[in-house]
Design a protein. Structure first.
Length: 113
């Protein structure tokens, strides 16, 4: 059973940056497609970015050019570098493992002055 633990959330001013991390258990991490999702209050969970086992990436239009998803298979860890943050990026961010359909517990990101 894959377990996912997010970290790196917090409060940041508009225009600032944060880097989220998702640490995964399991020996097959390098074979797994992974993704970052977010859910704002009163809204449905939405995909932010995804990365395949081979490193191909896709981004939601709202974050293209500002966010970068990456992975370090040696560390069983996925990252989300978030730059030029906007108040509308405020949400709980979750990492997801597609093979096992596992979700992390989420980490809060708040963008506010």
């Amino acid at each position: 059973q894959v377990q996912l633990v997010e970290s790196g959330g917090g409060l940041v001013q508009p225009g600032g940056s944060l880097r989220l991390s998702c640490a995964a258990s399991g020996r097959l991490f390098s074979r797994d497609g992974m993704g970052w999702y977010r859910q704002a209050p009163g809204k449905q969970r939405e995909v932010v970015a995804t990365i395949t086992s081979g490193g191909s990436t896709n981004y939601a239009d709202s974050v293209k050019g500002r966010f970068t998803i990456s992975r370090d298979n040696a560390k069983n860890t996925m990252y989300l570098q978030m730059n030029s943050l906007k108040p509308e990026d405020t949400a709980v961010y979750y990492c997801h493992n597609f093979r096992s359909s596992t979700w992390g517990q989420g980490t809060q990101v708040t963008v506010s002055s």
